[in-house]
Write a protein that binds this ligand. Structure first.
Ligand code: ACM
Length: 504
């Protein structure tokens, strides 16, 4: 009896959360009120076919709104009308997307409610590697539509790497004429790249959805396609890693980089440019023997070849800063000694937690996309055979739970954590079917992980809501992995035999 009373007393004082129906990500606050808002048949048709909301949705964008800043919004649904308030157009857009989810899942009807919402993180990203395999404009636009619905706000676009260079640069036409031929599986695949007109179109499409596109121009490693086009820029590399690096000390290299950056900056309004900076040691063998490079190391009093790599990164950081932009680099750049005012670090090496700590202690802002669990090329289910493993794989539950397992690492540094990102490398993703399978629904889980306050995250409730989002993906013919019936949708194959990659 006493226990019962005590339990009752405790439960009275526990915070009682009420959760939204069929909204992903789960909003920060949700309060149901009496009644329903019902679209007319014509209004519902306009929403279904053209994604258009009715005139009864009233927006108020004003700096004096009490809803916070940036992407925060207040959504008030009454039986007659809907009010969306925000201090910014972006916040109002996020509110609209929430409303559209409610109306779509209710087939034109939604319960009246009040939602006060704001994101946990300001960087909620998705990275797509289109160097290994190229998917094209229509797939990217579809992805941006889905990202907008999930209130994701950054598309990190990996456009240059070993197999192909995927963006037209007017000053260096061979980048696309030569460098865009081939892909990870087929070096003779026809040229595939985005023209500058394509890029403008996609950047505008993303901007209309309040999504920032951050291009990645990977250097000094992963530069093979560029070096194939302009061999004089190559810094060598052996065997499989031939021409993997840019020449690290020719003035010509830095002139080329600066020119390419000028065109990227004209095309992408983002304040950030990603310069890669990862895995240089894979293909810098010639740096150890080339007399010009060795002399340069001596002249500049650099420690060794690693010191030269760090010199390169510092120099590129300065070039980017001089152009008024901020550099983002993979977590190797933490060791280069770039000023934290000039660079943001993307932490990817999940097995090097100290690199995350070092970045934070050095004062960098950090975006988290550790291989485990945030890389989409890892296997997602126990019976799957295609993809990466590294002491395990990346099930949807782990993506959803992130960053809970590492929160203790950044305690005291929360203000430096910009956010998180789901990243898709495409060595084993050669077609749209496999693309969909590796992205969905883990990207849906990543969106909730990045947006929803930690105290409101609950995996079983997320899984109860997920079907409504999967139904919407069905209307887009997306071949997602179905966590409710894993055997029903077979795992698409990849075009090579050694499919499972361990610890790689
Ligand atoms: C990376 O996965 N090489 C950043």
């Amino acid at each position: 009896m006493t226990t019962k009373i005590n339990l009752l007393a405790v439960s009275l004082f526990l915070p009682v959360f009420i959760f939204a129906q069929n909204v992903i990500p789960e909003p920060a606050q949700y309060r149901p009120v009496k009644g329903e808002f019902i679209l007319t048949i014509a209004e519902n048709k306009a929403l279904e076919t053209n994604n258009v909301l009715p005139a009864r949705v009233i927006q108020r964008i004003a700096p004096d709104c009490t809803v916070g800043s940036d992407e925060a919004y207040r959504l008030e649904i009454t039986p007659d009308s809907v009010f969306i308030q925000s201090t910014t157009v972006t916040g109002a857009f996020r509110g609209e997307e929430t409303l559209k989810q409610l109306l779509r899942s209710g087939k034109g009807t939604t319960s009246a409610c009040v939602i006060n919402d704001a994101p946990r993180y300001s960087w909620r990203g998705f990275m797509l590697d289109e160097s290994r395999h190229f998917f094209g404009k229509e797939k990217v636009k579809q992805l941006l539509d889905i990202m907008a619905s999930l209130r994701l706000n950054v598309f990190h676009w990996h456009l240059t790497d070993e197999p192909g260079w995927r963006i037209e640069i007017k000053k260096y036409p061979l980048l696309t004429k030569v460098g865009s031929k081939g892909n990870y599986h087929d070096p003779s695949a026809p040229a595939a790249f985005y023209t500058q007109e394509d890029i403008k179109d996609i950047v505008a499409y993303a901007a209309a959805r309040h999504i920032m596109i951050v291009p990645e121009f990977d250097m000094p490693g992963h530069a093979t396609a560029a070096c194939r086009a302009y061999p004089e820029l190559s810094g060598g590399g052996e065997g499989r890693w031939k021409d993997f690096t840019f020449h690290p000390c020719k003035e010509e290299t830095f002139r080329f980089i600066s020119d390419v950056l000028d065109e990227l900056i004209t095309l992408f309004p983002s304040p950030y440019i990603h310069i890669g900076g990862d895995e240089v040691h894979f293909g810098n063998q010639e740096w150890f023997t080339d007399p010009q490079i060795q002399q340069f190391i001596k002249d500049k009093q650099l420690m060794n070849e690693t010191g030269l790599e760090q010199y390169f990164v510092r120099r590129v950081a300065d070039i980017i800063a001089a152009k008024g932009k901020t550099m983002i680099g993979w977590d190797e750049i933490v060791d280069a000694g770039v000023s934290p005012d000039k660079a943001v670090v993307m932490w990817w090496r999940h097995d090097r937690r100290y690199q995350l700590l070092k970045a934070l202690e050095s004062g960098y802002r950090v975006i988290m996309t550790p291989r485990r669990p945030m890389y989409g090329d890892f296997v997602q289910y126990s019976t799957h055979n295609v993809g990466r493993y590294w002491d395990g794989y990346n099930p949807i539950e782990d993506v959803f739970s992130f960053p809970r397992s590492i929160e203790h690492l950044f305690k005291g540094y929360e203000s430096q954590i910009m956010g998180m990102q789901y990243s898709l490398w495409t060595e084993r993703v050669a077609d749209v079917k496999r693309f969909d399978f590796m992205v969905f629904p883990r990207l849906v889980a990543a969106a909730e992980a990045a947006w929803t306050p930690a105290v409101r995250k609950d995996y079983s409730r997320f899984m109860r809501r997920l079907p409504f989002f999967l139904h919407w993906l069905d209307t887009k013919n997306i071949y997602y992995f179905d966590p409710f019936a894993p055997e029903r949708r077979p795992e698409p194959t990849a075009p090579e035999k050694e499919d499972v990659l361990q610890n790689g």
